[in-house]
Design a protein around this ligand. Structure first.
Ligand SMILES: Cc1ncc(COP(=O)(O)O)c(C=O)c1O
Ligand SMILES: N[C@@H](CCOP(=O)(O)O)C(=O)O
Length: 467
């Protein structure tokens, strides 16, 4: 499989190159030069497979030529054996035609584990084969950080630096990161918001001269955010899983996806591009609604980032949106590079009217504020005794608000476990469930993290001195 940058430079790359690079050298994101195609017969043949076997079939073409089948299979089997539910991504029906797919049965209780358990293993395998070490650098609004640490901490080939916005993640989320005391793990609490953290991570990738150099080799920086294609690739699998559970590919499914960095829903777009019958992709946002404004009014313009009860979606600049824009611009890297340069200068962009109209046939969107988040969590619980987390509920609310075809199964991605967000659950007037067994003493464990100014040089200096 070959990959290209959304900004058109640098030629074709292999999966290993893309895995290890994160961002492309021209500042773009990697996408497959061509998507693998699964016809209906092939998709039908996947029916009934356990999650790990399905994952192997879906992921295999993306890594072809770079990871031996037997090794890939072993890594996938190990990744999903770490999940606490036998079905890995179980579906629960909330009402007729409406299901949630629970993506929070991994070790850190959010959907990030699906990709980061595998990504950690892929990195460890590839780096060990090459006899190299690397520095993992990531930004988190709460969930990617702990999942990345959990996925990578056991690798002797990796040092891990995670930036999170100081006092802007929940206590459980913070402690899931900061109570990991391994000597290769560094948590940096930046006195800014998630967009600041993500922008600094991208700037570190763009200019890596701050990294120490050993005599033989320069230090390699690796991305664990969904700018890394391997993240999207692993997330594609559960769209196939949901569809097959609900009668696909012989009926279409509509997916409603709590959205921030546009990675999770973009994986659904890729599944559709591979041949999976998907009728709608619904972008559910919180008050940070740049994507909602794009899908409603063709207006992708930055506003100030607000702190909400769904902190993991407190994102304004959505990295993966660039991957969609690449397709909307007929995969013209030059045109996309110009569009992104305009966005960097002016803080806004829009698509051509024709491509926006076309993409609106597939995508719809909805926005939920904090009050509606609490009201909807309570109303759902009163009706069904199902406790949704404040991110998942935005996806459920979107389905209530938008008119969807009642004959098509509607599936919401349940992206995190409610136990991670007691503030929202309490504000909804409900009791937070107990922490699961492996995290029982989380609130008593020793923490270690450093608070750093919202300043690129301070972050670079921190990384440099700790390597
Ligand atoms: C719990 C939760 N829900 C939804 C999202 C949004 O996903 P994405 O950033 O892939 O759009 C995130 C963060 O990424 C999250 O942690
Ligand atoms: N919501 C994420 C933010 C980063 O998104 P990613 O999917 O690009 O890693 C988080 O919880 O950290």
């Amino acid at each position: 499989m070959k990959y290209i940058s959304t900004r058109g430079q640098g030629g074709e790359k292999s999966f290993q190159e893309v895995l290890l690079a994160g961002l492309a050298e021209d500042g773009g994101l990697y996408v497959p030069a061509e998507l693998p195609q699964f016809d209906l017969e092939k998709i039908r043949s996947l029916r009934g497979l356990p999650y790990n076997e399905l994952a192997f079939e879906v992921i295999k073409p993306f890594v072809a030529g770079d990871i031996p089948d037997a090794k890939l299979k072993e890594m996938i089997d190990d990744s999903y054996a770490a999940f606490s539910h036998e079905a890995v991504a179980p579906l629960t029906q909330l009402k007729s035609h409406q299901w949630v797919m629970e993506l929070f049965h991994g070790p850190t209780l959010a959907f990030k584990d699906f990709a980061l358990q595998l990504l950690g293993r892929l990195l460890d395998y590839v780096l060990t084969e090459r006899g190299e070490r690397a520095v993992v650098l990531g930004a988190t609004s709460g969930d990617t950080g702990s999942a990345a640490i959990e996925g990578c901490r056991h690798s002797e080939a990796l040092d891990i630096f995670i930036l999170h916005p100081y006092q802007r993640v929940s206590e459980v989320q913070r402690r899931q990161m900061t109570t990991v005391l391994d000597s290769n793990v560094y948590n940096i609490a930046v006195q800014g918001n998630f967009d600041d953290c993500q922008a600094m991570v991208k700037q570190c990738f763009a200019d890596q001269s701050f990294l120490p150099r050993s005599s033989e080799k320069k230090t390699r920086l690796v991305a664990v955010n969904s700018i890394n294609w391997a993240r999207i690739m692993a997330q594609v699998v559960y769209y196939f899983h949901a569809s097959l559970e609900l009668g696909g590919p012989d009926r279409e499914i509509a997916f409603s996806v709590p959205t921030g960095n546009f990675g999770d829903i973009f994986a659904g777009y890729i599944a559709r591009g591979m041949g999976l019958p998907v009728s709608k992709l619904i972008v559910a946002t919180n008050r940070n609604d740049i994507l909602h404004r794009f899908f409603q009014n063709n207006d992708y313009s930055k506003q100030s980032l607000e702190h909400t009860l769904s902190p993991s979606m407190d994102i304004m600049v959505s990295s993966n949106f660039e991957r969609l824009l690449f397709d909307l611009n007929d995969r013209d890297g030059q045109a996309l590079a110009e569009l992104m340069a305009t966005f960097e200068k002016t803080g806004k962009l829009s698509a051509s009217e024709q491509s926006w109209q076309k993409i609106r046939e597939l995508f719809d969107s909805s926005r939920t504020d904090d009050q509606d988040t609490c009201d909807a969590i309570k109303a759902l619980f009163d009706r069904t005794e199902y406790l949704a987390d404040p991110h998942t509920i935005t996806g459920i609310r979107a389905l209530e608000e938008l008119e969807t075809d009642s004959r098509t199964p509607n599936l919401v991605l349940a992206t995190a476990h409610p136990v991670k967000f007691p503030e929202a659950i309490e504000k909804a007037g409900l009791d937070t469930p107990e922490l699961p067994h492996h995290m029982k003493d989380l609130l008593e464990r020793e923490e270690r993290y450093d608070v750093v100014d919202n300043d690129l040089n301070s972050v670079k200096k921190f990384i440099h001195t700790h390597l």
